[in-house]
Design a protein around this ligand. Structure first.
Ligand code: GLU
Length: 422
């Protein structure tokens, strides 16, 4: 496929990114050069990682690191471990990271990494060797001032710790700023683990206010009970929202009067796991519950053309990355169901990663309340900015407003650098 300037380019375009940009160019004037700049990432790196397994065999896992755009700063984005990881998924997620950092106005570009692996099948030792193999392979292309990974689906503080340690062994220097989402003991930030969810709560409060909705009147269903879904359920419950359903990959639980979220949270993964009690529902049933706010907080492509017509929610808050397909999003917009997009709703994670990176560079560490106050302010400002962009156009969706603001910001940075004519 030729790009918008007629060149074939060095690489394939990102199909998802291209479709989103085409949709955006219907409402925003983008030149061919602008489009060409964003249809494909700046740099894709991939590697097959050989890892010694506990039984002595060697397994090889495909892996990726994609740096989408670095005009606004070092590239930033998580690393996921999942069997479905492939180049096009990592492209999409890296593109979303570039836009997300622009939406919340933190000085980073966007990147993403991933390994095609089912992490549940790995022992602790295998997981460590895989994490170290990843960094050994990509040490040359990441760094505190170039590209800074973080956790994503199925990776967390322990994986970040092994990765940081491996990077330091490779380079012979202390470099806590090379990765965020670390344990506190290794330079992590207070409030980072629950930050994505905290930010989501701030955004939902702000959105509810624009509608004149009271949290205590709202029924909420959350798909996904991993790091993001479980903390979000807790924050929303504390705020008085009525969390009626939660689910994990196996299925969910539902109670029209509201679930006892602290009990579900505390028992999760233990012998007292409450996922076996209450009314059992499937993930498909959860998505079509009659609620005020539906919150996909798991993985992408959950709201699609095959289920979107069955949705009975008043609004969608995207806490996962890319949970709504492009055509399903258009359907929701046509039917007047607002979707608060991922690049705003879940940006609390990367914003607190930025705070972690600032703390690492200054060697001054902040209290949890300082982190949360700064996060609240940053998310609130981003929400208000997008609200203004949304109101400035006829019938603009929240996603359009977010894309307009983010793409403009990335392209302006490219223009100041002289990479696009002004
Ligand atoms: N993986 C998270 C996201 O998708 C966090 C990224 C980061 O902190 O760099 O936003």
């Amino acid at each position: 496929m030729r790009n918008d300037l007629g060149y074939r380019g060095t690489d394939t375009v990102c199909e998802f990114c291209s479709a989103e940009l085409d949709r955006l160019s219907e409402v925003e004037l983008l030149t061919d050069r602008d489009l060409a700049m964003l249809r494909q990432p700046r740099r894709r790196v991939n590697a097959n990682l050989p890892v010694r397994m506990d039984d002595g065999s060697v397994a090889v896992f495909p892996s990726f690191r994609i740096q989408y755009n670095s005009a606004r700063g070092p590239t930033k984005g998580g690393i996921r471990y999942h069997p479905d990881v492939d180049e096009s998924e990592v492209d999409q997620l890296a593109f979303l990271m570039a836009l997300k950092c622009a939406v919340v106005d933190i000085p980073f570009g966007g990147a993403k990494g991933g390994v095609q692996v089912d992490p549940n099948g790995l022992s602790v030792g295998e997981r460590e060797r895989l994490s170290r193999a990843y960094i050994a392979e990509y040490a040359d292309v990441i760094g505190p001032e170039t590209d800074i990974p973080a956790p994503d689906v199925n990776t967390g503080p322990q994986v970040m710790a092994w990765m940081m340690d491996e990077y330091e062994q490779q380079t012979g220097e202390h470099a806590p700023g090379v990765i965020t989402g670390k344990p506190l003991e290794l330079g992590g930030s207070r409030g980072r683990t629950s930050a994505t969810s905290f930010g989501g709560r701030v955004i939902l409060d702000a959105f509810a206010e624009t509608r004149g909705w009271e949290p205590t009147d709202l029924d909420v269903a959350i798909q996904g009970f991993g790091n993001v879904g479980s903390y979000l359920a807790t924050f929303l419950h504390e705020r008085g929202y009525n969390v009626v359903a939660v689910s994990n990959a196996q299925g969910g639980i539902y109670d029209a009067d509201g679930l006892d979220i602290p009990a579900v949270f505390d028992g999760y993964g233990t012998e007292d796991d409450l996922f076996v009690t209450g009314e059992q529902i499937t993930n498909d049933e959860l998505l079509t519950l009659d609620v005020d706010v539906l919150i996909p907080a798991a993985i992408e492509d959950q709201i699609t053309m095959s289920n979107v017509a069955d949705l009975r929610t008043e609004a969608v808050l995207e806490m996962a990355n890319g949970p709504t397909t492009t055509d399903a999003d258009a359907y929701l917009a046509d039917h007047g169901i607002p979707v608060i997009p991922d690049i705003l709703a879940n940006a609390g994670g990367v914003t607190t990663s930025y705070f972690e990176w600032v703390q690492n560079s200054s060697n001054e560490y902040w209290s949890k309340s300082k982190v949360q106050n700064k996060l609240e302010e940053q998310m609130q400002t981003a929400f208000e900015d997008l609200h203004e962009v949304k109101q400035a156009g006829d019938d603009r969706s929240w996603r359009q407003a977010a894309y307009i603001r983010a793409v403009d910001s990335v392209l302006d940075a490219e223009k100041f650098r002289g990479n696009i004519s002004r």
